[in-house]
Structures are given as C-alpha cells and as structure tokens.
Design a binder for this molecule. Structure first.
Ligand SMILES: Nc1ncnc2c1ncn2[C@@H]1O[C@H](COP(=O)(O)OP(=O)(O)O)[C@@H](O)[C@H]1O
Ligand SMILES: N[C@@H](CC(=O)OP(=O)(O)O)C(=O)O
Length: 631
C-alpha cells in the first residue's frame, strides 16, 4: 500500500485557515490513493511561548515538567487538525506520541527515539482514517512524556516513515513548511538564495547541523539510514519542493551547494592543555557524559608540551559546559577562556572532496569584506568559520519583525556580522546563479505528488538487513566505516598574525599551485596570533611547503611553517557523528587506552577525523574498528 507521511511545521499551522489548508492537502493525498499520516507541530510560536511561560515561574524548571508542558503544544495541533479533516468530510483520528508507542530514552528535552510500535497506526489506516500524529514527543519505558529537541517533529515524521517502510509500506515523506524547499541559504537572510531541486542526504545533514533550520538534522539521519524518500515543500502551494536523495554523480560538479549560519553558539578555548594521550578524551568524554554536543573542535599542534583546544557549544549549554570543565581545567593546570558572541558560517558541498580552491575562495571573499576569522574547521564536505559578533544592540534593534516570529529566526537576525559573512560566501560561490540542481524552473505539480527520482546508490541486501536489525535502537548511531590515510602530510603555521586576509593569502598561494587541501584547523592561540594547520597529499607536500614559506615572507617574516610528513589521518564515518556525543567519546577513549596521541581533530555530522603519528596509524585503525565493532 502506498503511504504518505506529511509533516506540517508550526509555521504552516499558525491559525484556523492554515490548519484547514493542511487538512485539505492530506485529504487530496487520500483521494489520490494514498494512506495518509500527518505529523503536526505546535502552532506558530507556541513552543517559544510555553518556554517563556515556564521562565516566568522559574529559571531552572525541571526537565521532566518542561516536557509535560512543551508536549501540550502538539496536542492542541493534533486535535484541531483532526477536527478540520472531519469538518471537510473525511475520517481522521489524532494520536499523541505515547499513544502510538513512540518510546525514547530518558533524556528530557532532547530524547532520542528507541522504537515505534506501529500497530495502532496500521489499524487506524486500515480503518480508512487519516492519522494525525503529534510530532516532537514520545515517552520513556516508565511512561514519562519526553520531547525530542527543538525542531524535533521532522524527526518524528521521518522516523514514523522509516518504521512504516520497514513494515512493508511504500512510503514517501513530505515536510511542509513556509518556503518552497531547501534553498542555497536561508531565504530570510539571503534574499537571492535559490531553491534546490535536489540535495544529497549528507549535504542536507551538514546544512541542517550547520544551522539550516528548515530541517532537523536528526531527521536526515533516519532518512539516510532507512532510505526514506523525502521532499521539503511549501504548505501554501503545489510547487514541487526539494528532494533529499542519495548522492548522485552530478552533485560533485559543484564545489558548494549551500551556505548556512548558526548564531546560537559560544566559543570556548582551553589554553595550556598538556599535549599527551588521553587529554582530549578526558575533556570531551566529560561533556559527552552530560550529553553536551560539542560542535567545532580545533585542537592546535602542541608546543613545549602544551596545546590549545578551541571548541563551540550551543549557547544554551554554556553554563553547564563551564561547570563541568572548571575542575578538569584546574587539575590540568590549563585555563578556560570564553569569546564574546560568535556566529558560525559554513559552506557545504559534495564537490569539495575533489575540487581544489574552496577554502581559498571562501577566505578571500571574507577577507575582501573585512571579516576576520576566529576559528576554522573542515569536514569531508564542509568548511566552517567562526566570526565575532561585535554589533551593538541598536544595530539589530531595527531588524525586529512586526509579526510573531520564532525565537530561532530572531537570533539569526541579530547576527549582523554573521549575516554579512553568509551573504559574502553565498555570492563568492555564485549560489544565486542558475545551475543544475538549483535553477531549473519549478515543474508543474502533478496533482501535488511525484515519485522520487531513482536512487542513484543501490543499497545491498546486507545493508537492508542491518537496518532492520537496528530498528530496535532506531536512533542509535550508525558508524559505517573507519579509514586510515597515510598519504597526507601536515603543515602548521605558528604565530600567524590574526588579521583578515592572512588565511586567504595562504590558501590562495596553495590553490594557485593546484593543490587540494584536506583538513584545515585554525585556532587563535595567543592574543593577535593564530595557529593554522592543514593537510595535503604527500605528492603535493614539498610544493605546498615551498609556496607557504614564500607567502609567509610577505605576510610576516617572523612566522614560520613547520611540516610533518609522518602523520596518519583516521576517519570515522557515518551519520549523526556530532550530535551523538558518544562517537567522539568512543573514538578518543579507544585511542587514549592505547596511549595514541591526537594531534588534530575535525568533526562534522558525517565524519570525525583525527591526525596521529604515522607509526601508530595501523594500530589506531585496528583499535577504532574494534571500538566501533566493525569487521
Ligand atoms: N537552506 C534553507 N532553505 C530553506 N529554508 C531555510 C534554510 N535555512 C533556514 N531556513 C529557514 O527555515 C524556515 C522553516 O523552518 P521553521 O520556521 O522551523 O519551519 P516549520 O515551522 O515548518 O518547522 C524557513 O522559513 C527559512 O527561513
Ligand atoms: N514545536 C517544536 C517542534 C517542531 O518541530 O516545531 P517546527 O516543526 O515548527 O519547527 C518546536 O518548536 O521546536
């Protein structure tokens, strides 16, 4: 049986008229021959309003009671939506998450789904009902209500779609929102952003985790893991939206497919950390134990037995992070420093793996716009930079919109430097121009429904079986591989003056020599001085050293580059690598247990990479395979 799961976000359920419009879409799908499950969020800004109500009572609400409170928003929506469908003459039934057995762990406010019991959903569908299910919520084994983290209704929708797919349904999942699809950047912040026709799971995963709030990143993990056909589209039109697909060859033709801004992170710097095995593990496992996801990590190359580690966490986790790290920092004889407000701007694209010059283009554009970069990290298919927000309250006060707006969108508007940086990189990569995948005029809607283009990656039977076996722990992390690369060499520039344009000059010189740079880590290690490390292939090593030395002479003769040809890079790949705090913990823990020192770290949603001494590379590979139970 063909089943469609339609998720409607709060922005598409603001008022009675939009609830009725959503109901009509579901009815139309049913009349087109589909069974329909609607997953709905709380109306408009309800969740923000509920959080504000709690804040009027207490600054430290109990997480359990917060979940009881927040889950009410979605309960209002399911009842109203079911009534709307009935009013329009169709049968509908509403369910909360607990009513259909959405079981989660006990992490209130950011619970992860463990399993879904689809029996009640199936019975209602078989009885001809349109099912209206509350997004964002579940319950623990003990029957306590939990919520899945902000934006979590997307995850409910895709998880339900995945569960139904594994039960044999032919499923498509549509995410209805207030824009036409996934754009090259947030269209509220970049007016000339373009709608994409398709984007790969990995690209969307990185975009979402880098701040593209149109999708909840964990929902993409499910879609990728269970190969759920997924389209983001507009609740107010029939135009085809954006397919989220397995990667297709044409996607690598462009170095960058999109750019994103995150304005809700804080940067912390640990200075004078002992440079020895186990230290990263000690720090990041303490945060992982408290379920704090660390975003960018830039660990500088140690000097004199001490290293600097810079990293970012969500603003909402700052106090907890500080509290956890204080005793550890004191014990290590290190110092914990905090930056002021920062914004993170990232570019994402599958083509980055093979096309040279992406870093150069990004950094040059920012330098030309006079924007200084505080920190840089790269992933397999993304580059992120951190910029300082030095704006005054008056600068952003004028930006406050008149209509009720989600707090997350207001935060992004306050990021004056971040927005300027976002537009700058969007322009630098020509993302506003028509191109394959983002520029073909919208096709006429085919009654609003259209099967997904053929997946370009064929999944083996074994993958399928493995996926089914994992349904019991639906949101358990899926580490798919560990790889060793001994063909990379590292270059480190010490004491690079921290001024706009210096990174750009280094990477321009390297790109002009046609050299592809892999990992990049930049960190401010002393006032006014940055440390910049990057890796290139062995073949390009001598030439990269030579051009870097040359360009440094013109930047500042006192700074120098040090090369290391005896390194090994280890990559752990999969989905949800960053948000599942346990991945970094397992990885750093396994290396620490073998006394293998980590020289560089890079994290992204699809890959965690570390640099170790080459002579320990094979051993590190073996111990990580063991740690992640990979044959
Ligand atoms: N790359 C992007 N493409 C489209 N929209 C984006 C992107 N990045 C951020 N957004 C923002 O996401 C918003 C939709 O998310 P949200 O307001 O949470 O909707 P919903 O209530 O439907 O979940 C859009 O209005 C847009 O401003
Ligand atoms: N209502 C929840 C869950 C959600 O997913 O909402 P939306 O689909 O409107 O982003 C929130 O605001 O976080």
């Amino acid at each position: 049986m063909r089943l469609i799961v339609q998720k409607f976000g709060g922005s598409s359920l603001r008022d009675a008229e939009s609830v009725l419009a959503a109901a009509r879409k579901a009815i139309r799908a049913k009349h087109a021959g589909y069974q329909v499950i609607m997953v709905v969020s709380a109306q408009g800004t309800t969740t923000d309003d509920l959080i504000a109500k709690a804040a009027e009572i207490t600054a430290t609400p109990s997480p359990r009671e917060m979940d009881v409170l927040l889950a009410t928003g979605e309960q209002v929506s399911i009842a109203l939506t079911a009534m709307a469908i009935q009013e329009l003459g169709e049968q509908a039934i509403s369910f909360t998450g607990p009513q259909v057995g959405i079981l989660t762990d006990r992490n209130h406010r950011k619970a992860r789904i463990r399993s879904i019991d689809i029996r009640r959903l199936r019975a209602a569908l078989d009885a001809g009902q349109i099912v209206v299910l509350a997004g964002f919520q579940g319950m623990t084994d003990e029957g306590d209500i939990t919520t899945l983290g902000r934006g979590g209704s997307d995850t409910t929708a895709v998880a339900v779609a995945a569960a139904m797919k594994l039960a044999g349904y032919d499923v498509t999942c549509e995410i209805y929102t207030d824009v036409d699809g996934v754009y090259t950047s947030d269209p509220r912040l970049v007016p000339d952003a373009r709608k994409m026709d398709a984007i790969s799971y990995d690209e969307m995963l990185e975009m979402a985790s880098m701040g593209a709030g149109v999708m909840h990143s964990r929902s993409i993990e499910f879609a990728k893991k269970y190969d759920v056909p997924l389209m983001v589209r507009n609740a107010r039109s029939d135009a085809l939206g954006t397919w989220i697909l397995p990667e297709a060859p044409w996607m690598s033709e462009f170095p960058v497919c999109g750019a994103a801004l995150a304005a809700d992170e804080s940067r912390l710097v640990l200075e004078g950390v002992p440079d020895r095995p186990g230290v990263s593990h000690r720090i990041f496992s303490a945060l992982a134990d408290a379920n704090i996801a660390v975003d960018m990590i830039a660990q500088s190359v140690g000097r004199g037995g001490r290293a600097t580690i810079g990293f970012t966490v969500l603003n909402s986790e700052l106090d907890r992070t500080r509290k956890i790290l204080m005793p550890i920092v004191a014990e290590m004889g290190a110092t914990l420093l905090e930056s002021g407000r920062v914004s993170k701007v990232s570019v994402v694209g599958a083509g980055m793996r093979t096309l040279a010059g992406v870093a150069e283009r990004m950094f040059s554009a920012l330098a030309q716009a006079g924007i200084n970069i505080q920190m840089i990290t790269t992933g397999d298919i993304k580059i992120s930079v951190l910029v300082e927000e030095n704006t005054t309250a008056e600068e952003w006060a004028t930006e406050t919109p008149s209509e009720p707006t989600k707090k997350a969108h207001l935060e992004a508007r306050k990021a004056v430097v971040g927005r300027r940086a976002l537009r700058t990189v969007h322009d630098a990569f020509g993302l506003a121009l028509p191109r394959k995948g983002a520029g073909v005029p919208a096709e006429p809607a085919d009654n609003g429904f259209r099967p997904r283009p053929q997946p370009m990656v064929v999944h083996s039977e074994a993958d399928h079986e493995a996926a089914i076996a994992r349904l019991a722990g639906m949101e358990d992390v899926l580490v798919s591989g560990v790889y060793l690369n001994t063909e990379q060499c590292r270059l480190t520039i010490h004491d690079l003056p921290d001024r706009p344009g210096n990174c750009a000059r280094v990477f321009t010189a390297v790109a002009q020599a046609g050299i592809l740079v892999d990992m990049i880590v930049q960190n401010i290690v002393a006032p006014g001085r940055a440390e910049l490390s990057f890796t290139v292939t062995r073949r390009d090593y001598q030439q990269a050293l030579h051009c870097t030395e040359e360009v440094l002479r013109s930047i500042d003769p006192s700074c120098r580059v040090v090369g290391d040809a005896d390194i090994a890079v280890l990559y752990v790949t999969g989905v949800g690598m960053r948000t599942h705090t346990g991945v970094a913990r397992t990885m750093f823990g396994a290396l620490a247990a073998r006394q293998i020192n980590i020289h560089m770290i890079n994290t992204s949603e699809v890959c965690v990479a570390v640099v170790v001494d080459q002579e320990r590379g094979a051993e590190a590979l073996e111990c990580l395979r063991e740690a992640f139970r990979l044959a």
